[in-house]
Design a protein around this ligand. Structure first.
Ligand SMILES: O=P(O)(O)OC[C@H]1O[C@](O)(COP(=O)(O)O)[C@@H](O)[C@@H]1O
Ligand SMILES: [Mg+2]
Ligand SMILES: [Mg+2]
Length: 334
């Protein structure tokens, strides 16, 4: 077999995540490497979860734990495993002084009080899809602490508001595993090459299309939505837009980000404040979406402007191609 220069085997391996983070770090004079190390620690934990998600059916990691988390949702085994993996990686890494997780009611202290950062995390997103081999993910948000280094982290370290995030990202465990993140200088995606054990830059400088024809929403809740949202969804159907809903926020977000679309999780009579959690689902995806040129709203204001009051508070979420979200907000304003 002749290996020509265009043959995949001849192409140079892309930039690894580690190398990319390093290159970025040198771009910031005041950068000390701690945030870079924290991002690497998160990437390491996600490689382990990639392996466990992949083999879940073989190592008895499917099914529930028979217990509920602080949200009143039944915890899946992989929810718990992923939670443990991130806590352990951040404890060992030393850069995070505390975490806030979807799976735990209160702050998780890492014991690294000299750590300058705190992390809010949804260890496993799309739990209802775990056992049926549908894409799932992890979502994370990083803040520089506001309490003095060396002291015990406090509530205010996590309730700074979405605009104060210094980094945010997600990992999508799908047909391939991809890590997408921002530190406020654009959005980049890295595909995991498990044969090398490396995340490789595969989606540089991701930008959302200005408009789209994909809409993502659980229409099973249609009767519970505000009539203006029902009218918007009817208009989407009339225009023969494509309905796509995986039921894993990370996967629905990722598709719409690349292809152009709108994701809606409105308030419902069951969840009058929406279902999705502000600190570790809405804020981090809003930071990424904004950096990629999307529009993100809770129906009344940009999501990053919402003032947080509670660790596990929920928020309606509307995000996607700016022209589509603007149209929806026009419907909601009438
Ligand atoms: O089943 P519903 O009501 O459509 O909700 C699906 C949404 O709930 C979630 O599963 C909530 O996240 P978790 O799985 O992390 O709890 C999102 O990923 C998804 O978009
Ligand atoms: Mg989630
Ligand atoms: Mg979750």
């Amino acid at each position: 077999m002749e290996i020509t220069t265009s043959h995949p085997l001849a192409l140079p391996v892309g930039v690894t995540l580690d190398r990319y983070i390093m290159n970025r770090q040198t771009a910031f004079a005041y950068a000390t490497g701690e945030l870079s190390q924290l991002l690497r620690d998160i990437a390491l934990a996600s490689k382990i979860i990639h392996r466990e998600v992949n083999r879940a059916g073989l190592i008895d990691l499917t099914g529930g734990m028979g217990v509920e988390n602080v949200q009143g949702e039944s915890q899946q085994k992989l929810d718990v495993i992923a939670n443990i993996r991130f806590i352990r990686a951040l404890k060992n890494g030393g850069e995070a002084c505390a975490l806030l997780s979807e799976e735990d009611e209160e702050i998780i202290y890492t014991g690294n009080n000299n750590g300058k950062y705190v992390v809010a995390i949804d260890p496993l997103d799309g739990s209802s899809n775990i056992d049926v081999n549908v894409s799932i993910g992890t979502i994370f948000s990083i803040y520089r602490r506001v309490t003095p280094v060396g002291t015990l982290p406090q509530r205010e370290d996590f309730l700074q508001g979405g605009q104060e995030q210094v980094a945010a990202g997600y990992i999508l465990y799908g047909s391939s595993t991809i890590l997408v993140y921002t530190t406020g200088c654009g959005v980049n995606g890295f595909t995991y090459d498990y044969s090398l054990g490396e995340f490789i830059l595969s989606h540089p400088d991701i930008k959302s299309p200005e408009d789209g024809t994909i809409y993502s929403c659980n229409e099973g809740n249609l009767e519970q939505y505000d009539s203006s949202i029902q009218s918007y969804l009817a208009a989407c159907r009339q225009q023969q837009y494509t309905a796509r809903y995986i039921g894993s926020l990370v996967a629905d977000f990722h598709r719409n980000l690349l292809k152009g679309g709108i994701y809606l999780y409105p308030a419902t009579t069951k969840n009058p404040n929406g279902k999705l959690r502000l600190l570790y689902e809405c804020y981090p995806l809003a930071f990424i979406a904004e950096q990629a040129g999307c529009k993100i709203s809770d129906g009344n204001q940009p999501v990053l402007d919402i003032i947080p009051t509670d660790f596990h508070q929920r928020s309606p979420l509307f995000m996607g191609a700016p022209r589509m979200v603007k149209t929806l907000l026009d419907y909601m304003a009438t």
